[in-house]
Ligand binder design. Structure first.
Ligand code: NAD
Length: 329
């Protein structure tokens, strides 16, 4: 029975990973500081169903505390580490750039250093498609160079990747940096576009779209991302340093996303177009051939099905039921 430390394990993606690891019989140490970036009660709810599992060990602590990380690893016999703890959010990083570098670079460095100090052979780290910035070449390939990040968040993730390469060279620590492309699904962070759009559609208020609605995103269902993460963690020793895209490789325009949500909710969304926001990439699309070859990663959930799963989880009904009806009434 493997013991895995999942940092940021109470968050959106981390809690799904904890759940998947437990479901196959692993022990999970879930370390999270319940950062107030968004409502902490949502994070508590993400993991409340796991608390009764004797193989689930919640730890409230901070990845900025290297000694606490080392104590946790030793105390619970951790064998591998998956690092999701971070300050997320591209646009928010423009107003508090320093916090992003502190948590996402220094915090991730502490995680790698604690792994090195405790003889853990590999750390899997959450990176982001935002490192590609405004690259004109789509789909994005891992070998793209030079990378020109557009926001402090993207810089923090790219810097984390550079640090991971340095830890591999200096200490032989295996690092797998997974570049996630806009993850969505049940338990999605409330600051992200899909929850905000749904809230506004149901309230009969206009949705704000930055740009003309044609900009495209590669939306990846959380179940597919978790599949890629677990495959990355399960690789046999010897990967050295890896950087892999995890996306769906389906380009969806913002306009199509809004229309699909409207169809599923049985409501015609009203839209307010605003100028492009600084920091946002004009388009994202993943080349996932490397993850397919290295991990056997093959995302399965297409946007309509994934959005329906999100709406079911959010209990807003597919086909214009419940809250939509209540608001209209
Ligand atoms: P999330 O905010 O839901 O999860 C992050 C968790 O980390 C939270 O529970 C938070 O409390 C915790 N945390 C923050 N600072 C911490 C600290 N100093 N010590 C311990 N815990 C801390 O975000 P998410 O969407 O699940 O993202 C998970 C990871 O994936 C992040 O690294 C994020 O940058 C990355 N990522 C997410 C997306 C996406 O679309 N959701 C896309 C690209 C990359």
């Amino acid at each position: 029975m493997a013991t895995t430390l999942v940092t940021g394990g109470a968050g959106f993606i981390g809690s799904h990973v904890c759940e998947r690891l437990l479901s196959r019989g692993d022990r999970v140490v879930c370390l999270d500081n319940f950062d107030p970036f968004y409502d902490r009660t949502l994070k508590a709810r993400n993991i409340e169903g796991l608390l009764c599992n004797a193989r689930f060990i919640p730890v409230v602590d901070d990845i900025l505390n290297r000694e606490a990380l080392i104590d946790t690893i030793k105390k619970h016999g951790v064998e591998q580490i998956l690092n999701f703890a971070a300050r997320p959010g591209v646009s928010q990083s423009l107003t508090d750039p320093g916090a992003y570098q502190t948590i996402n670079l220094i915090g991730a460095t502490n995680v790698m250093d604690a792994a090195r100090a405790c003889g853990i052979p590999r750390v899997v780290l959450a990176s982001s498609s935002s490192v590609y910035g405004a690259t004109p070449r789509l789909p994005c390939h891992e070998e793209e160079s030079p990378l020109v990040p557009l926001s402090p968040y993207a810089v923090s993730k790219l810097a984390m990747e550079v640090m991971a390469a340095t830890y591999q060279r200096l200490y032989g620590l295996e690092t797998v940096c997974l570049r996630f492309f806009t993850v969505y699904g049940p338990r999605q962070r409330p600051d992200m576009a899909i929850p905000l759009f749904v809230e506004r559609i149901l309230a009969g208020r206009p949705i704000t779209i930055y740009g003309d609605g044609t900009s495209e995103r590669d939306y990846t269902f959380v179940g597919d991302i978790v599949d890629g993460i677990i495959r990355a963690a399960d690789q046999p020793p010897g990967v050295g340093r890896q950087v892999l895209n995890l996306g769906s490789s389906e380009a969806v325009s913002i306009r199509r996303l809004v229309d699909t949500l409207g169809e599923l909710l049985g409501v015609s969304p009203r839209v307010s177009l605003q100028p492009d926001r600084p920091g946002d990439a004009p388009a994202t699309l993943a080349d996932i051939s490397k993850a397919a070859a290295c991990l056997g990663y093959h995302p399965r959930v297409r946007i309509r099905e994934g959005l329906a799963a999100y709406l079911t989880w959010a209990n807003v009904g597919v086909g214009g039921l419940s809250k939509a009806t209540a608001v209209a009434a």
